[in-house]
Design a binder for this molecule. Structure first.
Ligand code: NAD
Ligand code: ZN
Length: 254
């Protein structure tokens, strides 16, 4: 469908939210740009600066691991200081009202949890960058520990104290297997809703991009809220081409 004017879009979104009993939001980097975390694909986004380090390169070389951690710490101020935006707060309001059972997110920034969602109600398809794991024995590490070790070790990323495995942020890199449990839960949630809200995603990263279509095929209404068009716009019941914070602000409960 063609995006209606902002006033009409807001009125229609309001009606659809009112009519739905189970709403499942699916969020991408666009919901967090107003919080100071750049997205990947907008002008000035992360990809215009660095191509991501694929998982096999991370495994293959110490230098790739060092570089990956250097980039993570260079983003520390953005990730560390970010607070939930209006989109996060609107979704948290619908969650508290009992309309949203959980949120599916491609984001790794922990901002849905910070806005009031219980951790078990945030289904993270691409993991979380606010802590780290050993890839072999899954011991958890805090970023502050990794940072201290790197500083003490001439910029060399440390290995696991328990087993010597590689330590990586708890995120899913390109080429890394998707988390099975999160994928299963995302699928179940998608099939349980009668309104699916795709918010701030370019919908080009698979398999995550398959969920809006799955919801629609299962009979749910589909709303896409994104500044730029996506290839799924034609499938949607409502397309909102606006700033996410502006579009969702009316749904924040005060
Ligand atoms: P993307 O960068 O591919 O797409 C973001 C979309 O949001 C773009 O189409 C852009 O036009 C739109 N957008 C940005 N700011 C907006 C705003 N204020 N209002 C309306 N629309 C806005 O992001 P993606 O689809 O999430 O895929 C990128 C991958 O990168 C994800 O899988 C995620 O794991 C990762 N990532 C996460 C973060 C984060 O955690 N905040 C940030 C960057 C990248
Ligand atoms: Zn280990």
């Amino acid at each position: 469908m063609i995006a209606p004017d902002p006033g009409t879009a807001t009125a229609r979104l309001d009606r659809m939210i009112h009519e739905a009993s189970v709403i499942v939001p699916f969020t991408g980097a666009g919901i967090s740009t107003e919080c100071g975390i750049p997205d990947f694909r907008s002008p000035g986004g992360l990809w215009t600066r660095h191509a991501p380090i694929p998982f096999d390169e991370f495994l293959a070389s110490q230098e790739a691991r060092n570089e990956s951690w250097r980039r993570r710490f260079a983003m520390n101020s953005q990730f560390g200081e970010a607070r939930p935006g209006r989109g996060h707060r609107a979704l948290a309001s619908l969650y508290r009202a009992g309309k949203v059972p959980a949120v599916i997110t491609q984001n790794i920034d922990n901002l849905h949890q910070a806005s009031g969602f219980a951790s078990e109600h945030v289904v993270e398809l691409h993991g979380n960058t606010t802590y780290a794991f050993c890839l072999d024995c899954e011991t958890r590490y805090e970023l502050s520990w990794v940072r201290e070790r790197m500083e003490a070790g001439n910029g060399c990323a440390p290995d696991c104290r328990a087993c010597g495995g590689y330590i990586k942020t708890a995120t899913i890199s390109f080429g890394q297997a998707m988390p099975e449990d999160a994928m299963r839960r995302a699928r179940e949630l998608t099939l349980s809703c009668n309104l699916f809200l795709a918010i701030g995603s370019s919908l080009v990263v698979w398999p995550a991009a398959g969920f809006p279509m799955l919801a629609k095929r299962n009979g749910a209404r589909l709303v896409i809220i994104n500044r730029e068009p996506t290839e799924f716009d034609a499938l949607a019941d409502l397309v909102v081409h606006q700033d996410i914070g502006t579009a969702l602000e009316p749904f924040i409960a005060h």
